[in-house]
Design a protein around this ligand. Structure first.
Ligand code: IPM
Ligand code: MN
Length: 389
């Protein structure tokens, strides 16, 4: 197949991790006989520095004309002082809004070999395999009225949480359809004991559920859900929730998998105006300015996002599975970026082979020693594992 892919590295570690994912896609193309055309553009702070705005028309045009978009991350301390309308984050919000990317899929799956890397107990997180379906173009992120106004006694800041039936129906359908391909359970997360918008959310989700009698549905208040996620994450299959709750819960879910550096995402929608579906793929972590430019960033979240692109945008499930197997294989060989090393393992200097994580047992088949590698080497290893698959 042929596809045109927009590449938007952005800021911080974005320009380090995105090329690793692009090279994986190139390796997939070579190996399976596809043609991927890559077109790069500026976004976020990088675009502000060049053009004065976070989402130049040129970038938006490229995104609209592409079959899929690969994005790194946006934001950084250089641009923190700017007003909201022109902050780097606006680029993400603008892309989501202008491309109609209303469904954000954030799978959080624990690679068993990383059970030790999380700050949570291995026995709690073992078996975690859930999907957060976050509504992405509505709710308090976009609701009006909004803004800060001067009043007689100081200023007043306003944002509005608002959902319409149509917005809830389409995201609920994505959740139920996703659950059908998984373990057939949907947990809808709201705050219906307090918020009217949540009361409508719950009512509409219940209604949509009638079309999916084969899928189990439960409702949780968001505060309880936050607790349940770290109490017993295995109870969850698909979580469907609003823009703001999904933002928060998906970061929490990330920690169940060891590191936020591991998690991919897909933002899907139907193109506003003409054209078919479109997808934007990005890791869920941010631009991590503190480690940028030092070859320390974990490229796995971005590489796994490229795998999601293969499957969701191009229907290349076999290729996506090969990339995922490549990731698992490299982890099983003991390779780690710093963020996913086991806190219990002894560290050797300079990426040299190190002391085994646990003492080898009598048969000698304990876990392999951990070897700390940088961004580029991790990318290369996964590429290599891919071509050997
Ligand atoms: C995310 C990010 C964004 C969000 C920011 C950077 C605008 O946190 O994708 O989760 O809040 O949606
Ligand atoms: Mn977030």
């Amino acid at each position: 197949m042929k596809a045109r892919i927009a590449v938007l590295p952005g800021d911080g570690i974005g320009p380090e991790i995105v090329p690793q994912a692009v090279q994986i896609l190139e390796a997939v193309a070579a190996q399976y006989g596809h043609t991927f055309e890559f077109h790069a553009a500026d976004v976020g702070g990088a675009a502000i520095d060049k053009t004065g705005g976070p989402l130049p028309e040129e970038t938006l045009k490229l995104a609209k004309e592409s079959d899929a978009i690969l994005l790194g991350a946006v934001g950084g301390t250089n641009w923190d002082g700017l007003v909201y309308e022109v902050r780097p984050e606006r680029a993400l919000l603008g892309l989501r809004e202008r491309l109609g990317l209303y469904a954000n899929l954030r799978p959080a799956k624990l690679y068993p070999i990383l059970a030790d890397a999380s700050t949570l107990k291995p026995e709690v997180i073992t078996g975690t395999d859930l999907l957060v379906v976050r509504e992405l173009t509505g709710g308090i992120y976009f609701g009006k009225p909004k803004g800060i106004k001067k009043t007689a006694d100081g200023e007043r800041g306003v944002n509005t949480e608002v959902y319409t039936t149509a917005e809830i129906v389409r995201i609920a359908k994505v959740a139920f359809e996703s659950a059908r391909k998984r373990r057939k359970k949907v947990t809808s997360v709201d705050k219906a004991n307090v918020l009217e918008s949540s009361a409508l959310w719950r009512r509409v989700v219940l209604d949509v559920a009638k079309g999916y009698p084969d899928v189990e549905l439960e409702h949780l208040y968001v505060d309880n859900c936050a607790m349940q996620l770290i109490r017993n994450p295995r109870q969850f299959d698909v979580l469907v929730t609003t823009n703001l709750f999904g933002d928060i819960l998906s970061d929490e879910a990330a920690m169940l998998t060891g590191s936020i550096g591991m998690l991919p995402s897909a933002s899907l929608g139907s193109r506003v105006g003409a054209g078919g579906p479109v997808g934007l793929y990005e890791p869920i972590h941010g631009s991590a300015p503190d480690i940028a430019g030092r070859d320390l960033a974990n490229p796995i979240g971005t590489i796994a996002s490229a795998a999601m692109m293969l499957s969701y945008s191009f229907n290349l499930d076999k290729e996506a599975a090969a990339v995922e197997r490549g990731i698992v294989r490299v982890l099983e060989q003991g390779y780690r970026t710093k963020d996913i090393r086991s806190p219990r393992a002894k560290v050797g200097a300079g990426g040299a082979p190190r002391v085994p994580v646990a003492p080898s047992n009598a048969t000698g088949d304990g876990p392999p020693p951990e070897i700390i590698v940088g961004t580029k080497e991790m990318g290369r290893l996964i590429r290599q594992a891919l071509t050997k698959a």
